[in-house]
Design a binder for this molecule. Structure first.
Ligand code: PGA
Ligand code: ZN
Length: 445
């Protein structure tokens, strides 16, 4: 059996505070009412760590595999009892007695136990729950908050911690809302904020103003999507952009100076037979790039995610050539937080930023590797939640610890989103007056 602490190694090498005593997984529910994996890690000295795994709806084809039971009699096949059993019966016995602070070794062991390239045997959801719960337990054992533990090298590399600029969902379309928009997210970048707390204040002002703007335009009783963004039935995607700009103004802010916009086009979902087919259109990659260029010219749009589809590397080259010097171009479905895919993007000069979602890759160590790889190549990492989330706020600590610079959580509504925004407020307080905050840096600066 593969084990973290080889049976013949002396027990005395592991301190009681950090010795893994018990690992227990259970099935809990996420913000869509779908089952997901929660893991508790207990150390001999009393320290404890807990993590809950998020889940996407608009998932990339190349993500690590989220193991679902497929038993239609329970939760429409979405149960995670198999993944839970993999933690309790296969992973836990291999880690017991080992040192919870050895994050890299733990994550390597998890990958070895799984033994597949896409983590499909034990499930990336099983692996991630254990990986993150161990990080929490190690932080607790060392008496530090998670962000400080990670910044101090608790999972390998050390970092300069810094509060991230949030990228906040205002209007939702695509697979996240019932409306008729096929571009997925229209987001706010509160670029004029001088602190994290101020960025939230500005964001809430714009979010409320948008509610009034929507009513004024005749969109009454608008409900919110999976990530808390408004889900109105608008005429077209561009109207969403115009209404967001109007909301910035209505909040008393200057578009482009105090607050700007970001898009997540999630274009893989309307890419068919080599063509981009948002409602009523039939575009080539060149047409898509031209459309996004016109929008970047006409509106204060500073960031575009998945403007091209997940396997359209040529389209991505066209888009990067067209906009890459002045607009942040984020690969989400394109890179899926995968070091090999990011490396390919860097080598071919595609995109200039990477969305970082812990469950796309499955372990903390691999997540940190992707962030380091991006940084070394001058690509911006944007730490991101999933559309299916929980009260788990690990990514808030991760974003601060790594000084990633940006975080994308969803809107300023719904508890699973606020769990992260509020954790960032707590960390800001912990960091004290003058807590470092990553302000927006123009690409051409
Ligand atoms: P997902 O969407 O979590 O449903 O994949 C988020 C995104 O596309 O950024
Ligand atoms: Zn995305």
């Amino acid at each position: 059996m593969l084990t973290l602490r080889p049976p013949d190694s002396p027990r005395s090498l592991v301190t009681a505070a950090a010795e893994i005593l018990r690992i227990h997984a259970r099935e809990v529910l996420d913000s869509r009412g779908n089952p997901t994996v929660e893991v508790d890690v207990h150390c001999k000295g009393g320290a404890r760590g807990r993590a809950i795994v998020p889940s996407g709806a608009s998932t990339g084809r190349h993500e690590a595999v989220e193991l679902r039971d497929g038993d239609a009699a329970r939760y429409g096949g979405k149960g995670v009892r198999k993944a839970v059993a993999h933690v309790n019966d296969q992973i836990a016995p291999s880690l017991l007695g080992g040192d919870v602070a050895e994050q890299e070794r733990i994550d390597r062991l998890l990958c070895e136990l799984d033994g597949t390239a896409d983590k499909s045997r034990l499930g990336a959801n099983a692996l991630l729950g254990v990986s993150l719960a161990c990080a929490h337990a190690a932080a607790a054992a060392s008496g530090k908050p998670l962000w400080r533990h990670l910044a101090d090298g608790g999972a390998g590399p050390t970092f300069e911690p810094c509060l991230p600029l949030p990228m906040v969902n205002l209007i939702s379309g695509g697979l996240h809302a019932g409306g008729n928009l096929d571009f997925q997210d229209f987001l706010l970048l509160p670029i004029g904020a001088r602190s994290y707390a101020e960025s939230l204040e500005m964001t809430v002002a714009v979010y409320r103003a948008l509610a009034r703007v929507l009513t004024r335009h005749g969109f009454e009783g608008v409900l919110v999507g999976d990530e808390g963004g408004f889900g109105p039935k608008l005429h077209d995607n561009e109207q969403a952009v115009r209404l967001c700009v109007e909301a910035i103004r209505a909040a008393g802010l200057t578009p482009g100076r105090d607050a700007a916009l970001a898009l997540d086009v999630a274009s893989s979902h309307f890419h068919r037979e080599g063509r981009y087919r948002p409602k009523g259109a039939d575009f080539s990659a060149g047409d898509m790039a031209a459309l996004l260029k016109r929008w970047a010219d006409d509106y204060p749009i500073l960031s575009v995610e998945d403007g091209m589809a997940e396997d359209d590397w040529d389209g991505w080259k066209t888009l990067t050539a067209e906009l890459g010097r002045r607009v942040q171009l984020i690969g989400d479905d394109l890179f899926v937080t995968n070091p090999e895919r990011l490396q390919r993007g860097i080598a071919s000069g595609v995109a200039n930023a990477v969305l970082v979602k812990v469950n796309q890759v499955g372990t903390l160590t691999e997540t940190l590797r992707v962030i380091a790889l991006a940084r070394a190549a001058g690509y911006r990492p944007v730490i991101s939640a999933r559309s299916g989330e929980t009260e788990d706020s690990t990514i808030a600590d991760l974003a601060v610890a790594t000084g990633a610079g940006q975080i994308k959580i969803g809107s300023v509504a719904r508890g699973e989103r606020l769990a992260k925004y509020n954790q960032l407020l707590r960390i800001e307080e912990e960091m004290g007056p003058g807590a470092p905050f990553a302000r927006w840096r123009p690409l051409d600066a």
